[in-house]
Design a protein around this ligand. Structure first.
Ligand code: 5GP
Length: 115
């Protein structure tokens, strides 16, 4: 077994971070290094999928749940518009290999994360 991911450790309360939303299968936190006025992370509770390609192949319903939670959070924390980013692989900037979606919102500019 590999070490628990940082997100699993947050979910288990071993690393402090406020869980701002959760369902049976997904939870959300604020990114510790925000790249936009609103920068949240939506994360499956299971750590079995390393990136979005594995998740889409293995559990598309869980991916849909992540998108639904992202939508709700964008409405709660901003005006409902949002950018959803999945980094897949180190060369794309992925640093935590427990799949997660970045939800960016609130006055996005060309310079914030992504295109
Ligand atoms: P990635 O680079 O893998 O796409 O995204 C990982 C994200 O997790 C980064 O944006 C990083 O700022 C965030 N992050 C890393 N460690 C922590 C932490 O301990 N707490 C929180 N809230 N976010 C973290």
């Amino acid at each position: 077994m590999s070490e628990p991911s940082i997100f699993t450790r947050i979910l288990n309360g071993e690393i402090p971070s406020e869980i701002i939303a959760q369902t049976d299968t997904v939870f959300a936190i604020r990114d510790i290094a925000p790249k936009a006025p609103v920068h949240l992370l939506v994360i499956p509770k299971t750590a079995r999928y390393r990136d979005v390609t594995e998740l889409a192949a293995g559990d598309p319903e869980l991916l849909s749940e992540m998108v639904a939670v992202a939508k709700d959070l964008a409405a709660e924390y901003s005006n409902g518009d949002f950018r959803l980013i999945f980094n897949a692989g180190p060369d794309a900037g992925q640093t935590v290999f427990h799949v997660h979606a970045h939800v960016l919102a609130g006055g996005l500019s060309e310079s914030s994360m992504g295109a």
